[in-house]
Design a protein around this ligand. Structure first.
Ligand code: UD1
Ligand code: UDP
Length: 350
């Protein structure tokens, strides 16, 4: 069978790596890169490091408003689907690239396979929530990472094949963990010791597009004395500059460019705590068993909240600081499967 996989943003490259590897053992796959992420360290680095096959098509759509970006993708993806006539279209997660791929395919009656289906924050202010709901409701196969995701879909009476296969990001972590430990020299490069720093990521629109929230978050970082390492997402970098916010007065803050996956895994594994608003990073913190502080009001990954493995703090300065300083001793459970999600997905598709 012939699959066309639609990718566009950093977390999708990481999710696709294990699935593409497995899929190509049995099927034909073509990759369409929408170009939603395009900087070398937001895109190419992952294809190189994770041996993801070079995209057959790069649409080079780039950044713009939601409507423009999604619309342009839709138009171009439709052309490709019409000329390539795949049996299935495979999409990941909840970005604008996911929605464009799913919409283009379903209107042409090509069955859509959605990996990482069923996640909900129940906050429709998030662009990702709209993308997920729409994609889930037009897909034929919904591969869920958790039982909670299955329940969410059942509650919405989604008419599709709903299967819990575990989390493909767990596959990626397990596959690359040793490699990251032995090959990444990021700690040396940044002159930091294992367990001596907190790792930060911030990029959610709800945080970065609100100057008060972003300022509150920075205020919290200023009140945390320990070393903080922060690979800065381009969106956040732009917003900090637009709002004229000052990072130079925050002591012990190491701002670095976005890093590749192996460096990121090494930074995560060796951190004291991880402070984030990322979906993927919350899960990775759980997989590598490093306590997480999530600067959001809701999380889709509710399992991680059990036993204080992850603490939801929103963007209140004092709450963030309190959670980072609090000592926690979580235990971790196998909510995300057994790191063989890709194999299960391809097995089901066979
Ligand atoms: C997107 C996804 C989000 C996901 C995130 C992963 C949507 C609606 N959002 O958010 O769900 O969590 O990717 O990182 O699909 N930029 C660059 N270089 C790049 C890419 C982006 O400079 O290679 C800058 C541009 O200024 C752009 C901004 O980042 O306007 C935002 O990029 P965009 O892809 O629109 O959204 P993300 O915030 O990255
Ligand atoms: N990531 C990375 N380098 C970075 C920051 C994140 O490789 O500098 C990886 C991270 O390990 C995870 C994924 O990117 O696998 C998460 O993507 P992101 O936070 O951009 O998006 P989200 O998961 O919130 O959609």
């Amino acid at each position: 069978m012939k699959f066309i996989t639609i990718l566009g943003a950093r977390p999708q490259f990481i999710k696709a790596a294990p699935v593409s590897r497995e899929l190509r053992k049995h099927h034909t796959e073509q990759i369409v890169h929408t170009g939603q992420h395009y900087d070398q360290n937001m895109s190419d680095i992952f294809f190189e490091e994770l041996n993801i096959p070079t995209p057959d098509f790069n649409l080079e759509i780039g950044s713009s408003s939601h409507g423009k970006q999604t619309g342009r993708m839709l138009e171009r993806i439709e052309e490709i689907l019409l000329s390539e006539t795949p049996d299935y279209v495979l999409v990941y997660g909840d970005t604008n690239s996911t929605l464009a791929g799913a919409l283009a395919a379903c209107k042409l009656h090509i069955p859509v396979v959605h990996v990482e289906a069923g996640l909900r924050s129940f906050n429709k202010q998030m662009p990702e929530e709209i993308n997920r709901i729409m994609t889930d409701h037009v897909s034929e196969y919904l591969f869920c990472p958790t039982q909670t995701a299955v329940k969410n879909l059942e509650n919405e009476n989604v008419n599709a094949k709903i299967i819990n296969v575990g989390d493909v990001m767990y596959d990626a972590v397990e596959y690359n963990r040793q490699l990251a430990e032995s090959q990444s020299d990021i700690l040396k490069k940044q002159q930091i010791e294992a367990n001596s720093y907190h790792l930060i990521t911030v990029h959610r629109a709800e945080n970065t597009d609100d100057p008060t929230k972003l300022a509150n978050i920075l205020q919290a970082f200023a009140q945390i004395e320990e070393i903080k390492v922060w690979p800065l997402h381009p969106r956040t970098k732009n917003k900090i500059s637009d709002y004229g916010l000052d990072l130079s007065s925050i002591q012990n803050l190491k701002i670095i460019e976005p890093v590749g996956y192996l460096d990121m895994l090494k930074l995560e594994t060796n951190a004291k705590k991880i402070l984030t608003d990322s979906g993927g990073v919350q899960k990775e913190a759980y997989f590598v068993q490093v306590p997480c502080v999530t600067m959001r009001e809701q999380t889709e990954w509710v399992e991680t909240l059990e036993d204080e493995a992850n603490t939801l703090v929103g963007t209140d300065t004092a709450e963030i600081v309190r959670a980072v300083l609090k000592e926690v001793k979580p235990s971790y459970k196998p909510y995300f499967g057994s790191a063989n999600a890709a194999e299960k997905i391809v097995g089901k598709l066979k």
